[in-house]
Design a protein around this ligand. Structure first.
Ligand SMILES: C[S@@+](CC[C@H](N)C(=O)[O-])C[C@H]1O[C@@H](n2cnc3c(N)ncnc32)[C@H](O)[C@@H]1O
Length: 252
């Protein structure tokens, strides 16, 4: 079975935390959501697939522009959250984008916000998506840039490491940084049959809602710091100290 590790990851504590934090994360990622939807062009009447739909933020924006949206995810917790806020023209299914037959096929367009970096075999997943798309369909997705140019990841992570210890992670393994290289990602897309694929780096500010303290606290719960603090089972005083340092670093 492929993607079992990711199913356990997103179906467990991490998925539950993301669902709980969905209002904060959805607001934070709003510019990304609109960049992805805009990249698909005119969606009037279109049938669109949202890959790794999570709690449905991108699906809801797509549904306002398209005829029908099918969101797929491997996490039941996410799907329940998405269904709770589903517009009338959006539905959500448990499906693995890499291996399963996908709803609505052949679809007119495919979109994803941070849902494409977790496959066992990215090319196989892109080829499966290609099979689910009608000829001429568009695919648009957002992935994270390298952590060196991503302070939302790198700053909290560095402060967590300083307070606890180092944590090795392979950026090429399934995970948030895997598709950080634009040219490499375009090459994978072309190999999977998306022959006119193009990619570009966008420099986007993330408008995080709430007070500085809330933003800093949230930065210990998802993103770069959370895996380090979780790995070291950091206690409350350590977490509070890291939160304070993140607040100082994020203040400007
Ligand atoms: C970082 S979250 C992003 C969620 C949502 N798109 C958002 O922007 O809030 C990644 C999502 O991809 C889903 N995912 C990971 N691997 C998947 C796969 N093979 N097929 C479908 N969904 C997958 C996860 O369950 C999770 O909901």
């Amino acid at each position: 079975m492929v993607n079992e590790t990711q199913k356990a990851f997103w179906g467990g504590d991490v998925g539950a935390r993301w669902v709980e934090m969905a209002p904060f994360l959805d607001a934070t990622f709003t510019p990304v959501t609109h960049a992805v939807a805009d990249a698909l062009g005119d969606l009037s009447g279109a049938v669109v697939l949202d890959v790794g739909c999570g709690a449905g933020a991108l699906s809801r924006v797509l549904a306002a522009r398209a005829g029908q949206v099918h969101g797929i995810d491997i996490s039941l917790a996410f799907l329940a959250a998405a269904r709770a806020r589903a517009p009338g023209n959006a539905d959500y299914s448990l499906a693995d984008a890499e291996t399963d037959d996908l709803p609505g096929a052949p679809v007119d367009a495919i979109a994803s916000q941070f849902g494409m970096m977790f496959f066992t075999d990215t090319t196989a997943a892109l080829a499966n998506l290609r099979r689910a798309a009608r000829p001429g369909a568009r695919l648009a997705f957002a992935t994270w840039a390298a952590s060196e140019v991503n302070p939302w990841f790198s700053v909290p992570r560095a402060l967590a490491v300083a307070a606890t210890g180092p944590l090795d992670s392979d950026p090429d393994a399934p995970g948030p940084m895997r598709l950080r290289d634009v040219d490499g990602t375009v090459a994978l897309m072309r190999a999977a049959g998306w022959q006119e694929a193009r990619g570009r780096a966008l420099d986007i500010a993330l408008p995080q809602p709430g007070t500085l303290e809330q933003v800093a606290y949230n930065a210990t719960r998802v993103g770069g710091a959370s895996s380090v603090l979780g790995h070291y089972q950091a206690d409350k005083p350590t977490r509070a100290a890291v939160t304070g340092r993140i607040a100082q670093a994020f203040a400007p």
